[in-house]
Structures are given as C-alpha cells and as structure tokens.
Design a protein around this ligand. Structure first.
Ligand SMILES: Nc1nc2c(c(=O)[nH]1)N[C@H]1C(S)=C(S)[C@@H](COP(=O)(O)OP(=O)(O)OC[C@H]3O[C@@H](n4cnc5c(=O)[nH]c(N)nc54)[C@H](O)[C@@H]3O)O[C@H]1N2
Ligand SMILES: Nc1nc2c(c(=O)[nH]1)N[C@H]1C(S)=C(S)[C@@H](COP(=O)(O)OP(=O)(O)OC[C@H]3O[C@@H](n4cnc5c(=O)[nH]c(N)nc54)[C@H](O)[C@@H]3O)O[C@H]1N2
Ligand code: SF4
Ligand SMILES: [Mo]
Length: 717
C-alpha cells in the first residue's frame, strides 16, 4: 500500500514507471495541480521501490516544455496550432473521405504496447467498429510476436509462466539474448546474484557479454542467428545422457517422438562449429541444465528478432519441456516482455488477428462472444488484417491511404527507414496521437496531443502477467486524454454508442465482462482490489479468486491440457555475411534511452548519459579496419549507410558489431527481412561493412539528427 500521509494541499499518487515491462512502482507528489516531485514507493510489487535512472526522471516528461499543448493541422504545407474541434473534425473527415471512396479497408491503425489495457481495448474496438477496417496492428510486431507464436503453439497461451521471484528457488538460470543490465536493470540482476550466491550457475547465450554477466557464469558467445542450432545441440546432449523427464513427457506433452526422430542424425560437433563455440562448452552447459530439476530460462529479443525467431524460441521450449523445467518452483521458460504494457498490449485486441482477452478474430465462437458483448452482429466484425510492416508496405503501394498512429514511432523503430519515409509520405491522410511531436508526426496531416502516464488512470499488465493500476496525478495538459480523444474520434466516425465511457474504470468494467470465461480472464479483478492487493495475476475468474501467478502446474492451455513439441531447424539469414559485408550488425538497447527516444531524449539527465549513437566494435576488428580512436566510422548495409562514432568493446565477438537502436542512424541500416510466421523484422542480424571516416575539418564532423522540439517545425497561429 502506498503511504498516503500527505497534507490536503498535497497528494501522493501511486503509479508505475511508464517505460519497461518491470513497471517499477513510484509515487508522485502533486502540489497545486502539478507534479512537485517523485517519492519512493517501497511497497510496490516485485521491485519494491527500486528504480533505474529512467524511472527516476520519468515524471519530468509530464510538464516538459516540448509537450504538445494544442492540436496541430496541416495548412498550406505547415503544421499549425488549432482547436480540438477543428483538429478532430479534420482527422475524422480524412478517414471518412477515404472510406467512402476506397472502402473501409483503405484506412489502418497502428498502435503500441505502452498504452494502458483500457486504451489497447479501445484502439482495437475503434478499428473494428468505428473505422470498420481489418488493418490494425501494433509495435509488439517488432517485439514479442516470435515468442508469442512459439508460446501459443507449445503451451496454448502467451504469458510468462513462472513469476520472476521463482529465481530464488532456481539452481540454474539460462539467459538467452537478453541484456539485463540495460533493458531490465532493476530486480533481475539481483535475482541472478541470488542464484550465484546459493551455488547455482548462470548460463548466458549471447554474442555480447553485458555487464550483468559475471566471470563464473558460463557464457556461450554464439554467432548471431544460431540459437536453434545451439538449443537442438543441447537437447541432443541431454537425450544422449538419458536425462530427459520421461514421466513428464508421457503424461503432459505430445510430439516428443517426432522431435527425437528429427534429431536422430544431428551432429553436435558440426553444431558447435556453426555456432562458433567450443563443443565442450555445449557439453558443459548440457550437463548442468540436464542435471537439475530447477532451471529457469529467460529469453529476450536476441533469439526472437530474427528470420528464424519463432523457431529459435521453440528450440528453447523443446529443451525446457523435455527436462520438465516448467510449471513449478524454480522452473519456467519465460519470455521477457519489453514495453510497460507489452503483456496487456498483446491481450486486448489491437493485434491484426486478435479480439480482446486473447481471443482469435478467425475463431467463430470467439467472434460470437465478443460481438455479443459489443452488441453487434458477428458478421460485422472484420477478419484478420495486415501486420505492421505489411500495413506500411500497403501504404507505399497505395492500397492503404489513411493511417491513425497512436503510441508508435515508425520513423525510428521500423526497419529500412528510407523506405518507411517513402511509405509514410505516400499516405493521403495521417493522424498521430502523441504527447510529443515525434519523427513520424512529420508526415501528419493532424497531430493530437496524447497523454503521459501521469495524466490518466488505467491498468497495465507487467511482464509477469500481474495486473497493476496507475492513477491519474494531474489533468491532461492539453485538455483531453487518450481515452477522450478516442471517444471523440469514434463519435465523428459515426460509432458513438460503442464508446460512451466516462473514464478508464468504466472501460475496464466492460473488459471484465468480455474476458469472462476465456483463458485471459480478468473478470475477478477490480480497480479497488488492484490498489489493495500486490497486483493480481490473471487468469482471475472471480472476485474472491486469488489470481494465478504460476501457470501450468497441472495442465497447459491447449484443449487436451498437453504441451506440444515441434521439431525445428535453423533458418539461415536472408542476406548472410560475405566478402563485401563481412560483419554482423546487431542492435538493441542503451540503459539511459527508451525505444524511439521520443520521451527519454527530452530529459536532460538521460541525454547526458547517452546523447548520440555509438557503435561498439571489438578492438581487433577496429584495428583490422583501421578505425581511429575517437574517430568516426561509416557502416554500410544493403539498404543504407550511417556515419557515427565508435568505441572498442572486448566483450563482443570480433565478427559482430553492436549499435543501440534509439536513433534513426540504426534502422536506416536494417532491412525489412521478416520471420515468415511471426512477421517480426530481423533487427538482430544485418550484414554490414565498416570503414573509417576521415574528418578533415570541423564542418565535416557528422551531426546526429537530434530530435527537434516541435516549435522548430510548426508555425504557431
Ligand atoms: N533501457 C532500456 N530498457 C528497455 C528498453 C529500452 O528501449 N531501453 N526497451 C524495452 C523493450 S520494448 C524491450 S523489447 C526489451 C528488450 O530487452 P532485451 O531483449 O534484453 O534487449 P536488447 O538490447 O534488444 O538485447 C538483446 C540481446 O540479444 C543479444 N543478441 C543479438 N543477437 C543475438 C542472437 O543471435 N542470439 C542471442 N542469443 N542473442 C543475441 C544482444 O547482444 C543483446 O545482448 O527492453 C525493454 N527495456
Ligand atoms: N533496430 C532495432 N529496431 C527496433 C528494436 C531493436 O531492438 N532494434 N526493438 C523494437 C522493439 S522491441 C519495439 S517494442 C519497437 C518500439 O517501437 P515504437 O513503436 O516506435 O516505440 P516507442 O518509442 O515507445 O513509440 C511510442 C511513441 O508513442 C508515444 N507514447 C508513449 N506513451 C504514449 C501514450 O500513452 N499515449 C500516446 N498517445 N502516445 C504515447 C511516445 O512519445 C513515442 O513517440 O521498436 C523496435 N525497433
Ligand atoms: S525503465 Fe524499467 S527498470 Fe527502469 S525504472 Fe522504469 S520500469 Fe523500472
Ligand atoms: Mo519491445
């Protein structure tokens, strides 16, 4: 419980950090309608008051001078400030014009996993009922869809199965392609320290050694893109030593024989050479993993953002399932979801193939359930639509002409930015809802000021599957919050009756009803309970139900209760390294910056820590390519080229480069090669070449295209 001991003129509001999926708790002290300061919330779930630097400064975005305070519309080529009424009218008119002329499917919606559950639900409903378009997808397409597809195929549902605190009972932790020091800096590194202190082993699979990795850990620095080969090899080794969990496989799974058959002629030595690691390291890891009942696997975007992303995750699941490392104390195969509502964001119906509460838009029973709750005919609900990158492709080709973007910034975060800029420019009508002017908003016809975490109430589902509540601290500084904006748009698009909500709690009440009886069941969760309890884990089917922190203790979510094994083989990169582009560029996170940077780059303390993109290069590779210390480097891929600074890093494979992705210099280089099943872009593998750039005078020093404050590009009226 938060300590609410403030005087009447002051108020302490309990909330959660708006950035990563750990959702560290914090309190905001409000004085005279403004946030005066941040106060620790020691009782908050999982992280107990700890914050990283981003969380410490998150509240600075709320009253920031760069905030959009009035809507903008394009007039004679310029974006100019205007009233809400005019901006909302213009926003809706564009979509109605396109729908009348070209059909409802010529409009699309792209959204984000940082939205609250309530907003996610409304975005999906807005697309299906007010726009009438099948084309709604979200930035989780860049993030968690590989793990999602693999989880659903194997377990029947898509949620972390074991709470992270179970690491306290684990003897072995296997961290696969997750940079815990930068991406999940609170709680997780400490939980791993606990494993080490109790004499357990941490195994890390990653071409780069991040700060959380310790000398006594077993680090398998594989060649990027070879996770399936490694995990197949580990499985073959544990099978060879007879360590698999025969009883568990018989009673609780299906498909093991086909998997075993597929690996009959698998050559572990050849696999070691493919992964470019010592075969003895694979054998050591297999001995340790096969020798314990208490092993937790944590996977991040490293194996997932690949053309073989789904198969990579499946190979991890195959190993863990074969050893019975699921559903109990110190055991679990857990994906580390990224954005603050990465979990709820993929449950509440903003995905192109999904209806609310994890229901499928192609399943007739699910369509009936949702249609009934919404008071519409199931036949009126669109079917599955295009994915994020497919929507951008359709924009470039002209079949999609109108785009609403809320809580996503494609001009930094999508692959192949040169092409993205052309695709965005080809659109006839673009509306962006964002608290700050984003790079994507440069393409907008209408920009509506969105709300930050402190200007709204709502619920978030953390990476563990724990539903928590954020409370509004101050009024929306531009007058309307996201929920009111969605409602106003729905009214103008002709569907007012489905959006008559006065605030987030009313939306949540409808979501409880819609979710009742499904697997993603929130029906027993209430706003009151969320403030009293330490959050509530779904499924929670009744008000007195305690929630479900640990999934799969007795059955999996498939109808027959069994988990599935699926044989998988390594997928080669679409453009592998060759003589012209001999190095692999892999991309990821910097501790101080968050995603496209549109929030953290406004905050001085974060900018001081990481002002520009810096390429990490192994010193041997730097010497081979004659890079000058403190000099610049040109990186070239098949789709683009960037000139930036570099620094040496000995903790990186010599054939691999690492670049934080938060600046457009990064995705200008990454081609849009997709996993065929999940349609995730292969952000973790780009074949590139590098060369030193000689700086002849100060004028030729490359300037990083920094974020512009919105006043730079807007004429105020
Ligand atoms: N500071 C900060 N924290 C964040 C975010 C942020 O932007 N900034 N974003 C949040 C979000 S949305 C997400 S999704 C998470 C992401 O969290 P992570 O997945 O932990 O973050 P990434 O930096 O993408 O790092 C993935 C790791 O994969 C490794 N890797 C690269 N290629 C391969 C490979 O082929 N195989 C394996 N096994 N590993 C590989 C990289 O070296 C890197 O260490 O972070 C969340 N937390
Ligand atoms: N090369 C490379 N590219 C990557 C990745 C990588 O590892 N490498 N990682 C990918 C991953 S994991 C992810 S999750 C995506 C993220 O990609 P994006 O979708 O670009 O994510 P954000 O930067 O969070 O964009 C959110 C935008 O919405 C705004 N916003 C934040 N909260 C709210 C809100 O509540 N309401 C409204 N209206 N607006 C809000 C922010 O100001 C920001 O402009 O990109 C990815 N792209
Ligand atoms: S960014 Fe993540 S780790 Fe840092 S304070 Fe926020 S929720 Fe916690
Ligand atoms: Mo993400």
């Amino acid at each position: 419980m938060p300590d609410l001991g403030a005087s009447p003129t002051e108020e302490l509001v309990a909330t959660h950090c708006p950035y990563c999926a750990l959702n560290c708790g914090l309190q905001l002290e409000v004085r005279g309608g403004r946030i005066a300061k941040r106060v620790s919330w020691k009782g908050s779930p999982l992280t107990r008051g700890a914050l990283c630097s981003k969380g410490m400064t998150a509240h600075e975005q709320v009253h920031h001078g760069d905030r959009l305070r009035r809507p903008l519309v394009r007039r004679d080529g310029d974006l100019v400030e205007t009233s809400w009424a005019e901006a909302l009218d213009r926003a809706a008119e564009g979509f109605l014009r396109i729908a009348d002329r070209d059909g409802a499917a010529a409009n699309a919606v792209l959204s984000g996993g940082s939205l609250t559950n309530e907003k996610v639900y409304l975005v999906g409903k807005l697309a299906r009922l007010a726009f009438g378009t099948p084309h709604v997808d979200y930035n989780g397409r860049f993030c968690m869809v590989s793990a999602g597809k693999a989880n659903i195929a194997a377990f029947g549902a898509d949620r972390m199965m074991t709470p992270l605190s179970e690491l306290e009972n684990a003897e072995v932790a296997v961290v696969v392609g997750a940079n815990l020091s930068a991406a999940f800096p609170v709680a997780l590194p400490k939980l791993l320290d606990g494993v080490r202190k109790r004499g357990g082993l941490v195994i890390v699979v990653d071409p780069r050694r991040s700060r959380f990795v310790k000398d006594d850990d077993l680090h398998l620095a594989i060649r990027p893109g070879t996770d399936t080969t490694l995990f197949n090899a580990l499985l073959v080794e544990v099978m060879h030593h007879g360590e698999i969990a025969g009883g568990f496989i018989r009673d609780r799974t299906s498909g093991f024989d086909a998997l075993a058959r597929s690996l009959r002629s698998f050559d572990v030595e050849a696999a070691a050479s493919e992964c470019d690691i010592d075969v003895e390291a694979i054998r050591d890891a297999a001995r340790v993993i096969g020798g314990t009942k208490r092993c937790m696997y944590l996977h991040g975007r490293g194996p997932e953002q690949q053309v073989g992303g789904v198969d990579n995750v499946t190979s991890i699941i195959n190993l863990g399932l074969a050893l019975g490392h699921v559903g109990g104390p110190g055991r679990g195969i857990d994906m580390l979801t990224g954005q603050r509502n990465g979990q709820g964001g993929r449950e509440w119906g903003q995905r192109c193939d999904q209806l609310p509460a994890g229901r499928s838009i192609e399943n007739d029973e699910h369509r009936e359930t949702v249609a009934e709750a919404w008071g519409v005919d199931a036949a009126a609900l669109p079917r599955a639509g295009l994915t994020y990158t497919e929507i951008l492709d359709a924009a470039g080709e002209g079949s999609i002409k109108g785009l609403l973007g809320i809580c996503t910034n494609m001009s930094v975060s999508a692959p192949d930015l040169t092409r993205v800029e052309q695709q965005m420019a080809a659109l006839e009508h673009v509306v962006i809802i964002d608290p700050f002017f984003s790079r994507s908003a440069r393409h907008a016809d209408v920009v509506l000021p969105g709300s930050t975490f402190a200007e709204e109430s709502g619920t978030i589902t953390t990476l563990e599957g724990r539903v928590v509540r954020i409370d509004q601290a101050v009024d929306p500084i531009a007058g309307l919050d996201d929920i009111k904006i969605i409602r106003a748009l729905a009214e103008r698009l002709g569907a007012p009756s489905h959006f008559e909500f006065d605030g987030a709690e009313q939306v949540f009440e409808e979501m409880r009803v819609v979710s009742a009886g499904g697997f993603v069941d929130y029906s027993g969760i209430t706003y009151d309970r969320l403030r009293r309890d330490d959050g509530v884990f779904w499924p929670c089917p009744a008000p007195h139900h305690r929630g479900t922190p640990q999934l799969y203790t007795e059955r999996f979510a498939h109808a027959d209760g069994r988990a599935r094994f699926t044989p998988v083989e390594a997928t080669p990169p679409v453009e592998p390294v060759d003589a012209n582009r001999p190095l692999v560029l892999t991309t990821g996170r910097e501790l101080a910056q968050f995603l496209s940077g549109n929030q953290t780059m406004r905050i001085e303390a974060q900018q001081r820590l990481a002002p520009v993109p810096i390429l990490e290069v192994h010193p041997d590779t730097a010497a081979e390519h004659e890079l000058e210390p403190d000099g610049f480097v040109r990186i070239t891929s098949s789709v683009g080229s960037s000139v930036i600074g570099w620094r040496p890093n000995v903790d990186l494979r010599p054939d691999t480069l690492f670049l934080p992705y938060h600046w457009p210099e990064c995705n200008r280089l990454v081609a849009a090669h997709l996993d065929p099943i999940s349609k995730i872009p292969a952000f973790k593998y780009t074949a590139v070449s590098i060369e030193p750039v000689l700086i002849e005078s100060l004028e030729t020093v490359p300037v990083v295209d920094q974020l512009s404050v919105h006043e730079d590009v807007i004429v105020s009226t």
